[in-house]
Design a protein around this ligand. Sequence first.
Ligand SMILES: O=C(O)C1=C[C@@H](OP(=O)(O)O)[C@@H](O)[C@H](O)C1
Ligand SMILES: C=C(OP(=O)(O)O)C(=O)O
Length: 447
Amino acid sequence: MSGHGTPVPMVSSKSGPLTGEANVPGDKSISHRSLILGALAIGETKITGLLAGEDVLDTAKAMRAFGAEVTEVDGTWSVHGVGVGGFAEPDNVIDCGNSGTGVRLIMGAMGTSPVTATFTGDASLRSRPMGRITDPLAEFGARAYGRTGGRLPLTLVGAADPVPVRYLLPMPSAQVKSAVLLAGLNAPGETVVIEPEPTRDHTERMLTGFGAEVSAEQTNEGRVITLKGRPELKPQTIVVPRDPSSAAFPVCAALITEGSDVLVPNIGLNPTRAGLFETLRDMGADLSYENPRDEGGEPVADLRAKFSPDLEGIEVPPERAASMIDEYPVLSVVAAFARGRTIMRGVKELRVKESDRIDAMAQGLRAAGVTVEEGEDWWIVEGRGFGDVPGGVTVESRLDHRIAMSFAVLGFATEQPVRIDDASPIATSFPIFESLMATLGAKLERV
Ligand SMILES: O=C(O)C1=C[C@@H](OP(=O)(O)O)[C@@H](O)[C@H](O)C1
Ligand SMILES: C=C(OP(=O)(O)O)C(=O)O
């Protein structure tokens, strides 16, 4: 878990050119789901390409605590599941570290089983809202006892006699949608989730792969997803694709670092995840999709990003927000090097991530010489153009991997170095970030 050990300060300095191939790790969202669905299937699920980051390792531990057998040999993971409704009661507190996805999906998966579990996490996770999960779980018949505001540590008493639920998502959140669907697995009858705005659809796709009956239709209310409860999930062989949210960092670094030409192979371009790349292209980035193909039912391409000194600020279409929600911090860094304003609206979810990401980036960018305006659900970065962002600051990562990596990217192109107070959170999602960026030619040093 991050944030529990000694801080790891790092300095990022003007770099370039960045060149070569960036082989980023497996997708974090799909990795969590592979372990959880594997634990709910009967028999052995085999997973390769799993992200071995702290967030996912905490989910693996949690699945063991609920009775699944989870092992790893030479990068191949094996999960012997206990079946839907088969979770055992953990004999200790479940610590999900820094991971919102981990704790929220696991609470969903156990919320309709007759077991009780207590969940906690690091200081960041303990500050994040959990009512968005425990409210729908209460409709299934579960009870939750958390701190004020539903915060962790929280004890969840799973519903002994669950009833299916029809749930309209109050915020665009794949974590909430997934928690409801996972809870619906052990409720008799049909559980329905309605999402007014589309969010990443990995849970629906993977549930279908594991043999559950899931359907989705577009109506006036939004996307209506229906799951038939009490399926027997069949174990799967899963190859986890590489993470577009991790690919964002070498891609954005290449765009703002003089002379760069970086290839990021094999990146999933599922439209529910690819909003950043579309936005960068709209800004005039030299970013191409090479060798586009289909893999395991998902669109995949190799991304090639080249130094782009003529980026223009744009208004990011707000309906794109969910498809790039984790990428706004690094987009704000690119925006600082564009000409004109980049306007980002409809993004209040950014305030309840590992940190308040609008505040964290705004403070660091302002200190580095960039003008940022903000409101509750919007922010605007005034681009200074390439070669004119001063830097020369120490910034706080606030137990947030994406903030730490975004400021590292900032320092590759500012006039003076950027010092990050603690880069240890990076290990939650992208443990090889430092070595991979160094291979490309980036100047990132521990101090
Ligand atoms: O379902 C998922 O795997 C995720 C959903 C998103 O969170 P929200 O559902 O809270 O928007 C995202 O920020 C997170 O990194 C991963
Ligand atoms: C928001 C994120 O993760 P989580 O919610 O799983 O902590 C993220 O990875 O950017």
